[in-house]
Design a protein around this ligand. Structure first.
Ligand code: FPP
Ligand code: MG
Length: 298
């Protein structure tokens, strides 16, 4: 996609403006992701200078949050490549995250006031979401509402803000696009949580079935916990490295109790709600973005 290349070049120009050789070297080491937020912005606002800059700002904030998240999660892989904290150290990952994050905010401060408010407010939410995520790994969380609130803040808030900000610059109905972005974001995180169980590590670009080991009780585990006969067995496996037999048991139970299937249905339902929010907007690509997001493999 030619326009995503333009976003990457804009990010590079912003980092060049920081006048720091090491930052540029670190930028080259970052693996490119799916750029979902940029795809969304460009489909809503079209390709122009303002929308490309908005994409770059959002991608830089997202990259910064992942640089910090990999330190918090002690993760040594990101998008199939060694993470910056693995290649260098935690300090480098945090500091480079700070540079991307603050440069993005410098650029944001030069944009439309409502766009700047929308995006910066989402960053507060995503930071709170990350803290909730960490807190929820303390003990087995069996509250669906807490999970939903956490994934809204951690993941959906920035996707919601991207869609809303794009609608603002394009002069479209911002509330409809915000609702589309919110539901798309919630579905996106649920699919992520499902792929952790259904995919292998090569496809994922990170270890598979790691969420439960790390203390994350995601939607398939929440449903499984409600339905599984041997609850004690499941609770005993929580936050423990899983043997091949234990992983298989979890997967089998998720299939036989329909926990996995119903999690997929829940993500699809949110995807449908996203589409419903913009059904009169005549933008077929928003349906495509949603379907591709649901059907993805990593
Ligand atoms: C990935 O989640 C993490 C996020 C989407 C948000 C992280 C947010 C912060 C660290 C707040 C700080 C923000 C800034 C801008 C500096 P995950 O761990 O579930 O997913 P993963 O498997 O991809 O790591
Ligand atoms: Mg993480």
């Amino acid at each position: 996609m030619e326009e995503l290349q333009q976003v990457k070049e804009q990010i590079k120009s912003f980092v060049v403006e920081c006048n720091d050789k090491k930052s540029l070297e670190l930028l080259d080491l970052l693996a490119t992701g799916k750029m979902l937020r940029s795809k969304l912005i460009l489909k809503i606002a079209g390709v122009n200078e303002e929308s490309i800059k908005l994409c770059a700002v959002v991608e830089m904030i997202h990259a910064a949050s992942l640089l910090h998240d990999d330190v918090i999660d002690e993760s040594d892989t990101r998008r199939g490549k060694p993470s910056i904290n693995a290649l260098f150290d935690n300090k480098t990952s945090i500091m480079f995250g700070d540079i991307l994050y603050s440069k993005a905010f410098t650029e944001l401060s030069q944009m439309d006031k409502e766009v700047a408010y929308t995006v910066s407010n989402a960053v507060t939410l995503l930071s709170i979401g990350e803290m909730l995520d960490v807190d929820l790994t303390e003990t087995f969380n069996d509250f669906y509402d807490k999970y939903l609130d956490m994934i809204y803040k951690k993941t959906a808030s920035l996707i919601e803000a991207s869609a809303k900000a794009a609608a603002i610059i394009a002069g479209l109905d911002k509330d409809k696009y915000a609702l589309y972005g919110k539901n798309l974001g919630l579905a996106f995180q649920m699919i992520d949580d499902i792929l952790d169980i259904t995919q292998d590590s090569t496809t994922l670009g990170k270890p598979a079935m790691l969420d439960f080991v790390e203390g994350k009780v995601t939607i398939p585990y929440l449903l499984l916990h409600e339905r599984v006969q041997d609850k004690v067995k499941l609770e005993l496996l929580y936050k423990k490295p899983l043997s091949a037999d234990e992983s298989s048991w979890i997967k089998e139970q998720m299939i036989s109790t329909n926990a996995l299937q119903d999690s997929i249905s829940q993500a699809k339902k949110l995807g449908q709600e996203a589409i419903l929010a913009v059904e009169n907007e005549n933008n077929e690509s928003l349906v495509q973005i949603m379907s591709a997001m649901i059907d993805r493999e990593f």
